[in-house]
Ligand binder design. Structure first.
Ligand code: F6P
Length: 254
């Protein structure tokens, strides 16, 4: 039985919002674990939200991943976006080029008729290099720009899926297992209580940089992400969660 046939998605959206303490939940039909078109629908819903919430001159920080790549794919031009700048939230996180935040920012901006700025940082950097890199005037200015973003749009993944996809080194895998990581977002790993248990080292937006006046939109669907979504929202409930029926049912334990 689908959620739609019971009471309409609006009631379910409210239930998920109550459980996760998220202000606004949008549920699209289907389960993105099963059908790839569902992820496109997540993308479409996200684009609509962005259009409703953004104003000219806003800066939007976007994360990587296949879901965000679908948000970019579903992006369409809007006058409102003319002076909006899209930037990657953080530097390299070991993802393929197609789903890196840089690529997604430029695709989104191009489709939206907006602007973009890129952050070029290799994935694996020593502490020393990272620390000197952030002092480079150009990078420093860009990081300041990223921190001024009005909106942050990001995905969430299951910790094990993400660790595997990134070819994480075995010492980190051990930590994740030992600390029972279940969720990943922005390069941070969380346990089921929403506690940060590991952080990938890259420059850009750090989670404690997030301010009350920034709108955070989380886009994540598929029943396999239910535990991860629930854990992440314990860390910091987003302003908007865009998810699907599959994830929602699992979040509600149905
Ligand atoms: O690696 C970038 C990232 O945004 C992660 O923070 C997140 O867990 C993941 O991608 C989501 O990827 P996908 O949308 O492909 O499930």
């Amino acid at each position: 039985e689908t959620m739609k046939s019971v009471t309409g998605l609006a009631d379910w959206e409210q239930r998920v919002a109550d459980v996760l303490q998220v202000q606004r939940v949008i549920i699209v039909p289907g389960n993105s674990d099963r059908y790839s078109w569902v992820k496109k629908e997540l993308g479409r819903a996200c684009v609509q939200q962005m259009k409703e919430m953004l104003v000219p001159d806003d800066i939007v920080a976007v994360a990587g991943g296949t879901t965000l790549a679908d948000v970019a794919e579903m992006m369409t031009p809007d006058e409102k976006f003319n002076n909006v700048t899209f930037v990657p939230a953080r530097g390299g996180l070991g993802e393929k080029v197609e789903i890196q935040a840089n690529t997604i920012s430029s695709t989104m901006a191009t489709k939206a008729n907006g602007k973009y700025r890129l952050l070029h940082v290799p994935d694996q950097l020593s502490k020393e290099t990272r620390e000197s890199l952030v002092l480079e005037p150009g990078i420093k200015e860009l990081l300041r720009f990223i921190r001024q973003s009005k909106m942050v749009v990001h995905g969430v993944g299951a910790a094990s899926t993400m660790a595997e996809r990134r070819e994480t080194k075995s010492a980190t895998l051990d930590t994740l297992e030992e600390k029972q990581a279940v969720a990943e977002a922005f390069g941070y790993y969380f346990d089921k209580y929403g506690q940060i248990v590991h952080k990938e080292k890259t420059i850009g937006l750090q989670l404690d940089d997030l301010q009350e006046n920034q709108t955070v939109i989380t886009v994540a669907g598929g029943a396999s992400k239910a535990e991860a979504i629930t854990a992440y929202m314990k860390y910091r409930p987003s302003d908007v969660l865009i998810t699907d029926e599959g994830a929602s049912q699992a979040v509600l334990g149905l």
